[in-house]
Design a protein. Sequence first.
Length: 495
Amino acid sequence: MDALFRNVTSGYGALDVAIGEGLDALSIGRRAMDLSYSKIGDYAREELGINASTAVKMARLARRLRDRPLLREAVRRGEVTARKAEIIAPVAVGGDQVRWILVSKAETVRSLTAKVKAPADSDEEEWVNLRAEVLPEQWPKLDEGLRVAGVIIGAAATKKQRVNAWGAEFLSSHPAPADERADDVLFASEDELEHLKERLEQENRQWAGLAAVQPLKAPQSSGEIDPWRIDAELKGLLEKRTRWDEVFGHVAMLFKQSRAWEPLGFASFGHYCEERLGMAERTVAQRVALERSLYRIPLLRRALREKRISYEKARIIARHAEGREVQGWIGKAQTMTCVELRRAMQDKDEAQMCARGTFRVWMPVSVAEVVKAAFRAARAAAKRWLSAGECLVTLAEHFVETWRAQLKQANTLQRRIRARDRHFCQVPGCSRAAVHAHHIKPRSQGGSDDPSNLISLCAAHHLHGIHGGRMRVTGTAPDNLVWEFGLRRSYVAAA
Protein backbone atom coordinates (compact mmCIF):
# COMPACT_ATOMS: atom_id res chain seq x y z
CA MET A 1 0.00 0.00 0.00
CA ASP A 2 2.90 2.34 0.81
CA ALA A 3 4.52 1.69 -2.58
CA LEU A 4 1.21 2.26 -4.38
CA PHE A 5 0.54 5.44 -2.43
CA ARG A 6 3.99 6.86 -3.24
CA ASN A 7 3.67 5.97 -6.93
CA VAL A 8 0.31 7.73 -7.12
CA THR A 9 1.64 10.77 -5.24
CA SER A 10 4.68 10.92 -7.51
CA GLY A 11 2.46 11.20 -10.60
CA TYR A 12 0.16 13.67 -8.84
CA GLY A 13 3.11 15.84 -7.81
CA ALA A 14 4.71 15.73 -11.26
CA LEU A 15 1.56 17.21 -12.80
CA ASP A 16 1.36 19.84 -10.04
CA VAL A 17 4.81 21.11 -11.05
CA ALA A 18 3.64 21.73 -14.63
CA ILE A 19 0.34 23.27 -13.45
CA GLY A 20 2.29 25.58 -11.13
CA GLU A 21 4.41 26.76 -14.07
CA GLY A 22 1.29 27.46 -16.11
CA LEU A 23 -0.32 29.40 -13.26
CA ASP A 24 2.89 31.38 -12.79
CA ALA A 25 2.90 32.26 -16.50
CA LEU A 26 -0.72 33.37 -16.20
CA SER A 27 0.13 35.68 -13.28
CA ILE A 28 2.45 37.81 -15.44
CA GLY A 29 1.06 41.17 -16.50
CA ARG A 30 -2.70 41.20 -17.20
CA ARG A 31 -2.93 37.68 -18.61
CA ALA A 32 -5.38 36.48 -15.93
CA MET A 33 -7.47 39.61 -16.49
CA ASP A 34 -7.65 38.76 -20.20
CA LEU A 35 -9.45 35.59 -19.07
CA SER A 36 -11.76 37.77 -16.88
CA TYR A 37 -10.05 37.09 -13.52
CA SER A 38 -8.29 39.64 -11.32
CA LYS A 39 -5.96 37.03 -9.75
CA ILE A 40 -4.83 33.48 -10.44
CA GLY A 41 -6.47 32.15 -7.27
CA ASP A 42 -9.93 33.02 -8.65
CA TYR A 43 -9.00 31.60 -12.07
CA ALA A 44 -7.79 28.30 -10.58
CA ARG A 45 -10.85 27.88 -8.38
CA GLU A 46 -13.41 28.63 -11.10
CA GLU A 47 -11.74 27.17 -14.20
CA LEU A 48 -9.62 24.33 -12.81
CA GLY A 49 -11.48 23.45 -9.61
CA ILE A 50 -8.29 23.93 -7.56
CA ASN A 51 -8.44 25.68 -4.19
CA ALA A 52 -7.26 29.31 -4.54
CA SER A 53 -4.61 29.14 -1.79
CA THR A 54 -3.24 25.89 -3.23
CA ALA A 55 -2.96 27.48 -6.68
CA VAL A 56 -1.11 30.52 -5.30
CA LYS A 57 1.30 28.21 -3.50
CA MET A 58 1.94 26.17 -6.66
CA ALA A 59 2.63 29.33 -8.68
CA ARG A 60 4.91 30.72 -5.98
CA LEU A 61 7.06 27.57 -6.01
CA ALA A 62 7.23 27.66 -9.84
CA ARG A 63 8.33 31.30 -9.69
CA ARG A 64 11.11 30.47 -7.24
CA LEU A 65 12.26 27.51 -9.30
CA ARG A 66 12.45 29.69 -12.42
CA ASP A 67 15.52 31.38 -10.90
CA ARG A 68 16.98 28.07 -9.70
CA PRO A 69 17.29 25.90 -12.84
CA LEU A 70 19.11 22.98 -11.17
CA LEU A 71 16.58 22.73 -8.34
CA ARG A 72 13.75 23.12 -10.86
CA GLU A 73 15.05 20.16 -12.88
CA ALA A 74 15.44 18.05 -9.72
CA VAL A 75 11.81 18.75 -8.79
CA ARG A 76 10.59 18.09 -12.33
CA ARG A 77 12.37 14.72 -12.35
CA GLY A 78 10.83 13.78 -9.01
CA GLU A 79 14.22 13.59 -7.28
CA VAL A 80 13.26 16.33 -4.78
CA THR A 81 9.69 16.76 -3.53
CA ALA A 82 7.91 20.08 -3.86
CA ARG A 83 7.77 20.38 -0.05
CA LYS A 84 11.55 20.02 0.25
CA ALA A 85 12.06 22.44 -2.63
CA GLU A 86 9.96 25.04 -0.79
CA ILE A 87 12.12 24.62 2.32
CA ILE A 88 15.51 24.97 0.61
CA ALA A 89 14.52 27.53 -2.05
CA PRO A 90 15.62 30.56 0.06
CA VAL A 91 19.15 29.12 0.50
CA ALA A 92 19.60 27.05 -2.69
CA VAL A 93 20.80 29.89 -4.88
CA GLY A 94 23.63 30.17 -7.40
CA GLY A 95 26.43 27.69 -6.78
CA ASP A 96 24.77 26.34 -3.61
CA GLN A 97 21.98 24.63 -5.55
CA VAL A 98 23.80 21.31 -6.04
CA ARG A 99 24.84 21.08 -2.38
CA TRP A 100 21.32 21.72 -1.11
CA ILE A 101 19.80 19.30 -3.62
CA LEU A 102 22.11 16.55 -2.30
CA VAL A 103 21.34 17.52 1.30
CA SER A 104 17.59 17.43 0.66
CA LYS A 105 17.82 13.93 -0.82
CA ALA A 106 19.55 12.63 2.32
CA GLU A 107 17.54 14.54 4.94
CA THR A 108 13.98 14.21 6.18
CA VAL A 109 11.58 17.15 5.94
CA ARG A 110 11.79 17.63 9.72
CA SER A 111 15.58 17.75 9.85
CA LEU A 112 15.80 19.83 6.66
CA THR A 113 13.44 22.41 8.16
CA ALA A 114 15.67 22.61 11.24
CA LYS A 115 18.83 23.07 9.11
CA VAL A 116 17.35 25.87 7.06
CA LYS A 117 15.33 27.30 9.98
CA ALA A 118 12.35 27.49 7.67
CA PRO A 119 8.98 28.75 8.98
CA ALA A 120 6.19 26.20 9.34
CA ASP A 121 3.96 25.64 6.34
CA SER A 122 0.58 27.32 6.92
CA ASP A 123 -1.13 24.14 5.67
CA GLU A 124 0.42 22.21 8.55
CA GLU A 125 -1.25 24.25 11.28
CA GLU A 126 -3.92 22.36 13.19
CA TRP A 127 -7.47 23.67 12.96
CA VAL A 128 -10.09 23.55 15.71
CA ASN A 129 -13.82 24.14 15.77
CA LEU A 130 -15.23 26.73 18.18
CA ARG A 131 -18.80 25.92 19.13
CA ALA A 132 -20.89 27.98 21.52
CA GLU A 133 -24.55 28.02 22.56
CA VAL A 134 -26.09 31.48 22.16
CA LEU A 135 -29.51 32.67 23.38
CA PRO A 136 -31.90 33.78 20.58
CA GLU A 137 -32.03 37.37 21.86
CA GLN A 138 -28.22 37.60 21.70
CA TRP A 139 -27.86 36.62 18.01
CA PRO A 140 -28.44 40.18 16.65
CA LYS A 141 -25.38 41.33 18.65
CA LEU A 142 -23.21 38.65 17.04
CA ASP A 143 -24.57 39.46 13.58
CA GLU A 144 -23.86 43.15 14.11
CA GLY A 145 -20.36 42.34 15.35
CA LEU A 146 -19.64 40.28 12.23
CA ARG A 147 -21.04 43.01 9.99
CA VAL A 148 -19.00 45.78 11.60
CA ALA A 149 -15.83 43.65 11.49
CA GLY A 150 -16.47 43.16 7.77
CA VAL A 151 -16.70 46.93 7.28
CA ILE A 152 -13.50 47.57 9.24
CA ILE A 153 -11.23 44.79 7.94
CA GLY A 154 -12.87 44.21 4.55
CA ALA A 155 -15.96 42.52 3.12
CA ALA A 156 -13.90 39.56 1.91
CA ALA A 157 -12.72 38.78 5.48
CA THR A 158 -13.67 35.27 6.62
CA LYS A 159 -15.68 34.52 9.73
CA LYS A 160 -12.57 33.37 11.62
CA GLN A 161 -10.78 36.61 10.71
CA ARG A 162 -13.69 38.66 12.04
CA VAL A 163 -13.84 36.70 15.31
CA ASN A 164 -10.06 37.06 15.59
CA ALA A 165 -10.50 40.84 15.19
CA TRP A 166 -13.01 40.82 18.07
CA GLY A 167 -10.53 39.01 20.29
CA ALA A 168 -7.55 41.19 19.37
CA GLU A 169 -9.58 44.39 19.93
CA PHE A 170 -10.79 43.23 23.36
CA LEU A 171 -7.29 42.22 24.44
CA SER A 172 -5.94 45.65 23.47
CA SER A 173 -7.81 47.19 26.40
CA HIS A 174 -8.41 44.18 28.69
CA PRO A 175 -5.29 42.20 29.68
CA ALA A 176 -5.81 38.45 29.88
CA PRO A 177 -4.92 36.82 33.22
CA ALA A 178 -2.77 33.69 33.26
CA ASP A 179 -4.75 30.55 32.59
CA GLU A 180 -4.81 28.74 35.90
CA ARG A 181 -6.11 25.58 34.24
CA ALA A 182 -3.06 25.34 31.94
CA ASP A 183 -4.20 25.22 28.32
CA ASP A 184 -1.25 23.02 27.41
CA VAL A 185 -2.97 20.08 29.15
CA LEU A 186 -5.23 19.93 26.08
CA PHE A 187 -2.40 19.85 23.58
CA ALA A 188 0.50 17.47 22.99
CA SER A 189 3.90 18.97 23.72
CA GLU A 190 5.53 19.99 20.43
CA ASP A 191 9.01 19.21 21.81
CA GLU A 192 7.91 15.73 22.80
CA LEU A 193 6.45 15.04 19.34
CA GLU A 194 9.61 16.27 17.60
CA HIS A 195 11.74 14.02 19.82
CA LEU A 196 9.55 11.04 18.91
CA LYS A 197 9.89 11.80 15.18
CA GLU A 198 13.66 12.09 15.48
CA ARG A 199 13.93 8.77 17.35
CA LEU A 200 11.77 7.00 14.77
CA GLU A 201 13.87 8.42 11.95
CA GLN A 202 17.02 7.05 13.58
CA GLU A 203 15.52 3.63 14.33
CA ASN A 204 13.66 3.01 11.09
CA ARG A 205 16.32 2.82 8.41
CA GLN A 206 14.08 0.31 6.66
CA TRP A 207 12.41 3.26 4.93
CA ALA A 208 15.03 3.16 2.20
CA GLY A 209 14.65 -0.60 1.83
CA LEU A 210 10.96 -0.56 0.97
CA ALA A 211 9.83 -1.00 -2.61
CA ALA A 212 11.58 1.62 -4.70
CA VAL A 213 9.42 4.18 -6.44
CA GLN A 214 10.64 5.44 -9.80
CA PRO A 215 10.44 9.24 -10.09
CA LEU A 216 8.08 10.57 -12.75
CA LYS A 217 9.30 13.47 -14.84
CA ALA A 218 6.90 16.40 -14.96
CA PRO A 219 5.63 17.59 -18.36
CA GLN A 220 7.68 20.50 -19.67
CA SER A 221 5.98 23.90 -19.68
CA SER A 222 5.56 25.19 -23.23
CA GLY A 223 6.60 28.74 -22.30
CA GLU A 224 3.45 30.05 -23.96
CA ILE A 225 2.55 33.73 -23.46
CA ASP A 226 -0.95 33.73 -24.95
CA PRO A 227 -3.37 33.49 -21.98
CA TRP A 228 -5.97 31.50 -23.94
CA ARG A 229 -3.36 28.92 -24.92
CA ILE A 230 -2.05 28.78 -21.34
CA ASP A 231 -5.66 28.19 -20.25
CA ALA A 232 -6.05 25.32 -22.75
CA GLU A 233 -2.72 23.82 -21.65
CA LEU A 234 -3.67 23.98 -17.97
CA LYS A 235 -7.02 22.33 -18.62
CA GLY A 236 -5.26 19.53 -20.50
CA LEU A 237 -2.95 18.96 -17.53
CA LEU A 238 -5.95 19.08 -15.19
CA GLU A 239 -7.62 16.31 -17.19
CA LYS A 240 -4.63 14.06 -16.44
CA ARG A 241 -4.52 15.21 -12.80
CA THR A 242 -8.20 14.31 -12.35
CA ARG A 243 -7.50 10.67 -13.30
CA TRP A 244 -4.66 10.53 -10.74
CA ASP A 245 -6.86 12.29 -8.19
CA GLU A 246 -9.53 9.59 -8.06
CA VAL A 247 -6.94 6.88 -7.37
CA PHE A 248 -5.12 9.14 -4.89
CA GLY A 249 -8.31 9.81 -2.89
CA HIS A 250 -9.21 6.11 -2.66
CA VAL A 251 -5.72 4.99 -1.60
CA ALA A 252 -5.39 7.86 0.89
CA MET A 253 -8.70 6.93 2.53
CA LEU A 254 -7.74 3.26 2.86
CA PHE A 255 -4.28 4.14 4.15
CA LYS A 256 -5.63 6.45 6.85
CA GLN A 257 -8.49 4.16 7.91
CA SER A 258 -6.13 1.20 8.33
CA ARG A 259 -3.54 3.31 10.19
CA ALA A 260 -0.95 1.87 7.81
CA TRP A 261 1.69 4.39 8.89
CA GLU A 262 2.08 2.62 12.27
CA PRO A 263 3.75 -0.62 11.05
CA LEU A 264 5.91 1.55 8.79
CA GLY A 265 7.31 3.26 11.90
CA PHE A 266 5.97 6.82 11.55
CA ALA A 267 4.86 8.94 14.49
CA SER A 268 1.54 9.94 12.92
CA PHE A 269 -0.36 10.18 9.67
CA GLY A 270 0.87 13.76 9.32
CA HIS A 271 4.47 12.62 9.84
CA TYR A 272 4.02 10.03 7.05
CA CYS A 273 2.42 12.57 4.66
CA GLU A 274 5.23 15.04 5.16
CA GLU A 275 8.17 12.64 4.95
CA ARG A 276 6.97 10.03 2.46
CA LEU A 277 4.67 12.01 0.24
CA GLY A 278 6.09 15.53 0.60
CA MET A 279 2.59 16.85 1.26
CA ALA A 280 0.97 18.66 4.19
CA GLU A 281 -1.32 16.47 6.30
CA ARG A 282 -4.19 18.94 5.89
CA THR A 283 -4.00 18.65 2.09
CA VAL A 284 -4.26 14.84 2.23
CA ALA A 285 -6.88 14.91 5.01
CA GLN A 286 -9.12 17.21 2.94
CA ARG A 287 -8.98 14.76 0.03
CA VAL A 288 -9.74 11.85 2.40
CA ALA A 289 -12.76 13.75 3.78
CA LEU A 290 -14.05 14.33 0.24
CA GLU A 291 -13.54 10.67 -0.66
CA ARG A 292 -15.61 9.59 2.35
CA SER A 293 -18.34 12.01 1.29
CA LEU A 294 -18.28 10.62 -2.26
CA TYR A 295 -18.83 7.11 -0.89
CA ARG A 296 -21.61 8.37 1.35
CA ILE A 297 -23.22 10.44 -1.43
CA PRO A 298 -23.04 8.52 -4.75
CA LEU A 299 -24.91 11.35 -6.53
CA LEU A 300 -21.97 13.65 -5.83
CA ARG A 301 -19.43 11.19 -7.26
CA ARG A 302 -21.53 10.74 -10.38
CA ALA A 303 -21.79 14.51 -10.91
CA LEU A 304 -18.02 14.81 -10.49
CA ARG A 305 -17.30 12.00 -12.98
CA GLU A 306 -19.77 13.42 -15.49
CA LYS A 307 -18.00 16.83 -15.14
CA ARG A 308 -21.20 18.57 -14.15
CA ILE A 309 -19.34 20.05 -11.17
CA SER A 310 -15.67 20.65 -10.42
CA TYR A 311 -13.58 19.19 -7.61
CA GLU A 312 -13.83 22.48 -5.67
CA LYS A 313 -17.64 22.58 -6.02
CA ALA A 314 -17.87 18.95 -4.89
CA ARG A 315 -15.78 19.82 -1.83
CA ILE A 316 -18.07 22.75 -0.96
CA ILE A 317 -21.26 20.68 -1.35
CA ALA A 318 -19.83 17.73 0.61
CA ARG A 319 -18.91 20.02 3.49
CA HIS A 320 -22.28 21.80 3.77
CA ALA A 321 -25.06 19.62 2.31
CA GLU A 322 -26.61 16.38 3.52
CA GLY A 323 -29.30 13.90 2.46
CA ARG A 324 -31.97 14.96 0.00
CA GLU A 325 -30.68 18.51 -0.37
CA VAL A 326 -27.53 17.31 -2.20
CA GLN A 327 -29.36 16.77 -5.50
CA GLY A 328 -30.73 20.30 -5.42
CA TRP A 329 -27.34 21.82 -4.65
CA ILE A 330 -25.69 19.89 -7.48
CA GLY A 331 -28.24 21.41 -9.87
CA LYS A 332 -27.64 24.90 -8.49
CA ALA A 333 -23.85 24.47 -8.60
CA GLN A 334 -23.96 23.93 -12.37
CA THR A 335 -25.22 27.48 -12.88
CA MET A 336 -23.19 29.18 -10.13
CA THR A 337 -19.54 30.10 -9.73
CA CYS A 338 -17.58 28.56 -6.85
CA VAL A 339 -17.65 31.90 -5.03
CA GLU A 340 -21.43 32.18 -5.37
CA LEU A 341 -21.91 28.57 -4.27
CA ARG A 342 -19.69 29.01 -1.21
CA ARG A 343 -21.48 32.20 -0.15
CA ALA A 344 -24.89 30.59 -0.64
CA MET A 345 -23.83 27.58 1.44
CA GLN A 346 -22.46 29.84 4.16
CA ASP A 347 -25.74 31.78 4.27
CA LYS A 348 -27.61 28.48 4.63
CA ASP A 349 -25.32 27.36 7.46
CA GLU A 350 -25.66 30.70 9.26
CA ALA A 351 -29.47 30.46 9.11
CA GLN A 352 -29.41 26.90 10.45
CA MET A 353 -26.98 27.82 13.25
CA CYS A 354 -29.17 30.73 14.26
CA ALA A 355 -32.25 28.46 14.33
CA ARG A 356 -30.37 25.95 16.50
CA GLY A 357 -28.84 28.66 18.69
CA THR A 358 -25.31 27.37 18.04
CA PHE A 359 -22.47 29.61 16.84
CA ARG A 360 -19.71 27.68 15.06
CA VAL A 361 -16.48 28.71 13.38
CA TRP A 362 -13.36 26.80 12.27
CA MET A 363 -10.05 28.47 13.00
CA PRO A 364 -6.33 27.63 13.13
CA VAL A 365 -4.78 27.09 16.56
CA SER A 366 -2.98 30.47 16.36
CA VAL A 367 -6.36 32.25 16.13
CA ALA A 368 -7.87 29.95 18.78
CA GLU A 369 -5.17 31.05 21.23
CA VAL A 370 -6.14 34.71 20.71
CA VAL A 371 -9.83 33.88 21.23
CA LYS A 372 -9.10 31.83 24.36
CA ALA A 373 -7.05 34.69 25.83
CA ALA A 374 -9.89 37.11 25.05
CA PHE A 375 -12.35 34.76 26.81
CA ARG A 376 -10.15 34.82 29.93
CA ALA A 377 -10.01 38.62 29.76
CA ALA A 378 -13.80 38.85 29.36
CA ARG A 379 -14.37 36.63 32.40
CA ALA A 380 -11.88 38.66 34.43
CA ALA A 381 -13.59 41.92 33.43
CA ALA A 382 -17.03 40.52 34.34
CA LYS A 383 -15.64 39.07 37.61
CA ARG A 384 -17.67 35.92 37.07
CA TRP A 385 -17.71 32.83 34.91
CA LEU A 386 -19.09 33.42 31.43
CA SER A 387 -20.08 30.70 28.98
CA ALA A 388 -18.42 30.61 25.56
CA GLY A 389 -21.55 32.16 24.05
CA GLU A 390 -21.57 34.99 26.61
CA CYS A 391 -17.88 35.62 25.95
CA LEU A 392 -18.49 35.89 22.20
CA VAL A 393 -21.34 38.37 22.75
CA THR A 394 -19.07 40.43 25.05
CA LEU A 395 -16.32 40.53 22.42
CA ALA A 396 -18.77 41.46 19.65
CA GLU A 397 -20.37 44.24 21.70
CA HIS A 398 -16.97 45.69 22.61
CA PHE A 399 -15.85 45.64 18.97
CA VAL A 400 -19.01 47.41 17.76
CA GLU A 401 -18.78 50.02 20.52
CA THR A 402 -15.10 50.69 19.81
CA TRP A 403 -15.56 51.17 16.08
CA ARG A 404 -19.02 52.79 16.08
CA ALA A 405 -17.60 56.25 15.43
CA GLN A 406 -15.74 55.00 12.36
CA LEU A 407 -19.02 53.78 10.85
CA LYS A 408 -20.59 57.25 10.81
CA GLN A 409 -19.95 58.01 7.16
CA ALA A 410 -21.93 60.01 4.64
CA ASN A 411 -24.78 58.01 3.15
CA THR A 412 -23.57 58.41 -0.45
CA LEU A 413 -25.01 56.72 -3.52
CA GLN A 414 -21.80 54.68 -4.01
CA ARG A 415 -22.00 53.33 -0.45
CA ARG A 416 -25.67 52.38 -0.91
CA ILE A 417 -24.82 50.50 -4.11
CA ARG A 418 -21.98 48.60 -2.43
CA ALA A 419 -24.26 47.75 0.51
CA ARG A 420 -26.90 46.42 -1.91
CA ASP A 421 -24.23 44.18 -3.50
CA ARG A 422 -23.00 43.03 -0.06
CA HIS A 423 -19.69 44.87 -0.64
CA PHE A 424 -18.50 42.19 -3.11
CA CYS A 425 -17.26 42.65 -6.66
CA GLN A 426 -20.07 41.49 -8.95
CA VAL A 427 -17.90 40.06 -11.76
CA PRO A 428 -18.67 36.30 -11.87
CA GLY A 429 -15.99 34.32 -10.00
CA CYS A 430 -14.34 37.35 -8.32
CA SER A 431 -13.65 36.99 -4.58
CA ARG A 432 -12.44 40.56 -4.01
CA ALA A 433 -14.28 43.23 -2.04
CA ALA A 434 -15.93 46.03 -4.03
CA VAL A 435 -14.43 49.52 -3.83
CA HIS A 436 -16.01 51.25 -6.86
CA ALA A 437 -19.53 51.72 -8.19
CA HIS A 438 -19.55 51.52 -12.01
CA HIS A 439 -22.13 53.06 -14.37
CA ILE A 440 -23.34 50.26 -16.65
CA LYS A 441 -24.37 52.79 -19.27
CA PRO A 442 -21.77 55.60 -19.00
CA ARG A 443 -23.01 59.05 -18.04
CA SER A 444 -21.25 60.37 -21.15
CA GLN A 445 -23.72 58.30 -23.17
CA GLY A 446 -26.77 59.41 -21.22
CA GLY A 447 -26.56 56.92 -18.37
CA SER A 448 -28.29 57.91 -15.13
CA ASP A 449 -27.37 57.57 -11.44
CA ASP A 450 -30.31 55.25 -10.92
CA PRO A 451 -29.31 52.21 -8.80
CA SER A 452 -30.30 49.92 -11.68
CA ASN A 453 -27.49 51.51 -13.74
CA LEU A 454 -24.82 51.05 -11.04
CA ILE A 455 -22.86 47.95 -10.08
CA SER A 456 -20.15 47.26 -7.48
CA LEU A 457 -16.68 46.30 -8.75
CA CYS A 458 -13.19 45.75 -7.36
CA ALA A 459 -10.55 48.21 -8.58
CA ALA A 460 -8.84 45.62 -10.82
CA HIS A 461 -11.98 44.67 -12.74
CA HIS A 462 -13.17 48.29 -12.95
CA LEU A 463 -9.91 49.81 -14.21
CA HIS A 464 -8.25 46.96 -16.13
CA GLY A 465 -11.32 44.90 -17.01
CA ILE A 466 -14.14 47.28 -17.95
CA HIS A 467 -12.16 50.42 -18.80
CA GLY A 468 -9.27 48.33 -20.14
CA GLY A 469 -11.61 46.98 -22.81
CA ARG A 470 -11.27 43.34 -21.72
CA MET A 471 -14.91 42.89 -20.67
CA ARG A 472 -18.30 44.55 -20.94
CA VAL A 473 -21.45 44.52 -18.82
CA THR A 474 -24.92 45.46 -20.02
CA GLY A 475 -28.45 45.15 -18.66
CA THR A 476 -29.82 46.33 -15.32
CA ALA A 477 -28.52 45.79 -11.79
CA PRO A 478 -28.59 43.78 -9.69
CA ASP A 479 -30.26 40.74 -11.27
CA ASN A 480 -30.41 41.27 -15.04
CA LEU A 481 -26.78 41.68 -16.05
CA VAL A 482 -25.13 40.32 -19.19
CA TRP A 483 -21.34 39.86 -19.11
CA GLU A 484 -19.05 39.63 -22.15
CA PHE A 485 -15.42 38.52 -21.71
CA GLY A 486 -12.33 38.13 -23.89
CA LEU A 487 -12.95 41.30 -25.88
CA ARG A 488 -9.31 42.31 -26.15
CA ARG A 489 -7.38 39.47 -27.75
CA SER A 490 -4.13 41.26 -28.51
CA TYR A 491 -2.26 37.93 -28.48
CA VAL A 492 -2.08 35.39 -31.28
CA ALA A 493 -5.54 33.81 -31.53
CA ALA A 494 -5.83 30.47 -29.79
CA ALA A 495 -6.37 27.47 -32.01
